[in-house]
Design a protein around this ligand. Structure first.
Ligand SMILES: [Zn+2]
Ligand SMILES: [Zn+2]
Ligand SMILES: [Zn+2]
Ligand SMILES: [Zn+2]
Length: 324
């Protein structure tokens, strides 16, 4: 669990890089690896493209990690190729022959790759795109058919999949509470609110409008100030998330704060949303004021509502046929 946010302002970029990288390493759980080489598209390639393309394609697969290789492609003195990620990890020793690796580019292979056109690796998930080799990776990092990462916060969960798969995974493997309906009323109680480091975070999944939403509630240090934060994420893509809004209301003791926002897509990591402060943030002192009592116990009541935005021109969302 990562509640230490002291480095949060600087780490979001790093996390994003990891996420893009991880797409090429994690397998979609419901798919097996054809031929054990981690490539979903092989069968399509061999039937749709000239047979010689298949073997070139195999040459472009890193023999160490089985991912597709992109420039700079490296090789050892004996000609064993490897990708740049594996080269960094190899500590100057060829993973295939154990000889010194050196710093040799394999330009011929890089040039051959330029001439290839291949299907998106999410072809089995419905993506129809055929792409030049060098734009394939870029497309796959934003392909709307790519699986989603598990939205569970603070864990190193590497599970990926489509939304129904992830909902079942959250319920069964992370024991996340599931609620139906578009309103909620949650109480968060903590007996020792002085220890923000040990404060818990919570995830609840809501099912409404035929969609799933993740409500996150957690405690962390914002600079020197201990805070609680609640925010909603949409289980789906950004473009769909914009069709929804939500409000959160917290208060007590004659005071209240209301937050209204648009849920963020789970394409944005939990950490990224948290670090952008895109949600209801309550300083601990105020949270204790809301809790009443002797400031010994945190008792927060968070009420919320999710609604679907009217898709009309006034609302800022254009329906193409109505926009002249
Ligand atoms: Zn590799
Ligand atoms: Zn070698
Ligand atoms: Zn695609
Ligand atoms: Zn998970």
């Amino acid at each position: 669990m990562e509640l230490d946010s002291l480095d949060c302002m600087t780490s979001s970029d790093v996390i994003d890089d990891d996420e893009i990288l991880s797409h090429s390493h994690h397998q979609f759980p419901s798919l097996s690896k054809p031929h054990g080489n981690g490539d979903y598209s092989n069968s399509v390639v061999s039937s749709a493209v000239h047979p010689s393309t298949t073997s070139v394609h195999e040459l472009l697969e890193c023999p160490v990690c089985a991912n597709s290789m992109y420039p700079p492609i490296h090789q050892c003195h004996s000609g064993h190729t490897l990708c740049s990620t594996c080269k960094t990890k190899a500590h100057n020793q060829c993973p295939t022959c154990r000889q010194e690796l050196g710093d040799i580019r394999c330009l011929a292979l890089e040039k051959v790759a330029e001439s290839l056109e291949l299907p998106c690796k999410y072809v089995t998930l419905g993506c129809p795109e055929i792409l030049p080799y060098y734009s394939k990776l870029r497309h796959e990092s934003i392909c709307i058919f790519r699986p989603h990462n598990c939205p569970y916060a603070g864990s190193e969960c590497s599970v990926v999949g489509d939304i129904p798969f992830l909902v079942a995974h959250l319920r069964d493997d992370h024991k996340v509470d599931m609620h139906s309906g578009c309103t909620f009323n949650h109480r968060y109680v903590k007996s020792n609110p002085q220890e923000v480091e040990n404060a818990t975070w919570m995830l609840t999944v809501f099912h409404c409008f035929g969609q799933y939403f993740c409500l996150h509630f957690e405690a962390f240090q914002l600079g020197m100030i201990p805070v609680y934060m609640a925010f909603l994420r949409f289980m789906g893509d950004e473009i769909e998330a914009r069709n929804y809004s939500y409000s959160l209301e917290v208060g007590g003791n004659g005071r209240k704060i209301i937050w209204e926002g648009t849920p963020r897509s789970i394409r944005d990591s939990h950490r990224k949303v948290r670090d952008s402060h895109d949600g209801l943030i309550i300083e601990r002192n105020m949270a204790l004021l809301f809790s009443g009592g002797e400031r010994k116990e945190l008792k927060l009541r968070v009420m919320g509502r999710i609604w679907k935005e009217q898709q009309n021109p006034e609302g800022g969302v254009c329906i193409p046929t109505l926009c002249s």
